[in-house]
Write a protein that binds this ligand. Sequence first.
Ligand code: CMX
Length: 419
Amino acid sequence: MLQKVLSEKIISWQSEIHSILKDSGGTKISDVSISQAYGGMRGVKGLICETSAVSADEGLIIRGNKLLDITHILPEQVFYLLLTGDLPDQDATDDIQNQFSKHQNVPEYIWDVLSAMPKNSHPMTMLSTAIQSMQVESMFVKKYDQGMPKTDYWKWTLEDGIRLIGALPGIAAGIYRMRFNKGDLIQPDDQLDWAGNFAHMLGFDNEDFKKLMRLYLMLHCDHEGGNVSAFSSLTVSSALSSPFLSVVAGLNGLAGPLHGLANQECLKFVLDVRDHFGGAPSSEDLEEFCWERLQNGRVIPGYGHAVLRCPDPRFTAFLSFGKEHIVDDDIFSIVESLFEVVPPVLKKHGKAKNPWPNVDAASGSLLYFYGLKEFNYYTVLFSISRTMGIISQMVINRAMGIPIMRPKSITTDWIKNNI
Ligand code: CMX
């Protein structure tokens, strides 16, 4: 059903883009300054992303829907939305859930690979290794080797994506149970939705935790095309590497402390605050603690953003969930106080362009509350969700025939000779 809807839409998207290129291909959309070239290409408009857009003052907009208007939808539904631009009805939701559950069983060799890794491996390294080893499942590679036409690239990319997303909850839950000695692996429950099943396989059958997982895996799905994880994946994918290898490239970027790993860093920071003060401190004490950290040249994790200039709506959604479900908890109350204290401190510090919280500022406190306390696991959760956005962008790029990425680099000598 998803595939049929996409087949029809792709034909009209292709012809729309064809006319835009024919009529206005030479129109300029961006200028690049020397500071942008040395500054991570911040603000350079040089990529197309149809699945979502990030506005500086409103945050994530998925296919025209402001995030906070659609936080009630399931991650499976967000995947359909990212790909097609439509919210799925019940039949389409059932269809995508069935497609994911068809591939929910994790290939046995993954457990052998993971068991052979050092016992203290970071869960993100385990996740990347597991996905990397699933390359042998790639239908895209098989079809490519058989000489499939370019018009079929997107179909087999989507097929691989569905295989990967279907298996990810089982892989990620298995990593949690193996890495943190939680006992035997837990088999999937066919009655549960994708995120509910993940909670179940982690070993958390609490209904509120399942609700949190549905929200968590929905909120982290996508953040347009230029963030480190999406951009890295899309670059690798543009060489027609398999979706498995391409996703791993992005997740390795997500594993950096300035990107997705900030959620682990953030909870670590909140725990440091609690341990330092023996509980939730006063605003004055917290302000001093943050100021000292900045003076020591360290970042406040969970705050700041390359694009956003407002509180991240993903943070707002987590904060609302916490306010609704959590009472009398030191960790969550420190997160709430940080929201009051950090923005003025960062403004006074005068460096960060955005003093507001990002997605990573609140998520860890909620996981911790429900007993998922192993914070170096948190970026794995981010990864499961982000894979949906990466796959969606990859499918669309391949359907639109976006060629291999190759921006032009220049040397400092070139700059000196041209200014
Ligand atoms: N604490 C302290 N300093 C900060 C800061 C923060 N939270 N955010 C930015 N700054 C500093 C930068 O380190 C930079 O300092 P230098 O000039 O000394 O290099 C300066 O402010 C300007 O940075 P910026 O233009 O505002 O931010 P960037 O676009 O370069 O970086 C980000 C964005 C997210 C990497 C940065 O804000 C940061 O390091 N935040 C903390 C880590 C974090 O929460 N990352 C998660 C982001 C969301 C995600 O991708 O998951």
